[in-house]
Design a protein around this ligand. Structure first.
Ligand code: IMP
Length: 190
């Protein structure tokens, strides 16, 4: 079965391609000649994931899925959450976002946080949502060069190292995205 992954994030695409079984061929937006920014203008991960998937389904006619992810930090009342991509400003980079988090938690003992991913799947017009989360802690400093986004400052529960110090398969086995994909694959029974 072929599914388009509605993302412009090459890191998410390669994580996904490593997670799904051979029975699912994951196509990129480039593969379908979609070179646009996808809209994500809603206040929840669920709505944003659906919005991105609907955009591709309605404009390009492919069965597809999209993921929206947020980092929810306990001491910051769940922030940055749905605003994780733009926490330090609209034009900011991952390092600016991490800097912002580390600064806000400078004198904070409670480092608890979790990543939450929602995947919206559309197959022949039928929509389904799958959620995955990964609890952990925000580190005091950045560590590691793998992964992307907030990975260098997040240590998953039960681990001594950050996501950015793990290989793709190691991260995928315990990550928010890995767990959501597991549910997606179970649903598709491929
Ligand atoms: P979005 O799902 O593309 O909107 O991502 C929201 C923000 O979370 C972006 O800044 C991403 O870089 C970051 N992000 C998404 N997934 C991950 C992840 O698996 N690890 C670390 N950061 C992530």
């Amino acid at each position: 079965m072929k599914l388009v992954f509605a993302t412009n994030n090459p890191n998410k695409l390669s994580e996904l391609q490593a997670l799904v079984p051979d029975g699912i061929q994951v196509l990129s937006l480039k593969d379908i000649n979609c070179n646009e920014e996808l809209p994500e203008t809603n206040p929840t991960l669920e709505e944003n994931a659906l919005q991105k998937a609907q955009y591709v389904y309605q404009n390009y006619g492919f069965n597809c899925f999209a993921d929206d992810t947020g980092l929810e930090i306990e001491a910051l009342d769940g922030a940055p959450g749905v605003f994780s991509a733009r926490y330090a400003g609209t034009e900011c980079k991952a390092k600016d976002n991490m800097q912002m988090v580390l600064k806000k938690l400078e004198n904070e003992e409670n480092r608890n946080a979790k990543f939450r991913t929602v995947i919206a799947l559309i197959v022949d017009g039928e929509e389904n949502l799958f959620e995955g989360e990964c609890k952990g802690k925000i580190t005091k400093n950045k560590s590691g060069v793998e992964g992307f986004g907030y990975d260098p400052i997040f240590t998953p529960e039960g681990c001594e190292i950050t996501f950015a110090e793990m290989s793709k398969p190691e991260k995928g086995a315990i990550s928010h995205r890995g767990r959501a994909v597991e549910k997606l694959v179970g649903f598709l029974r491929v």
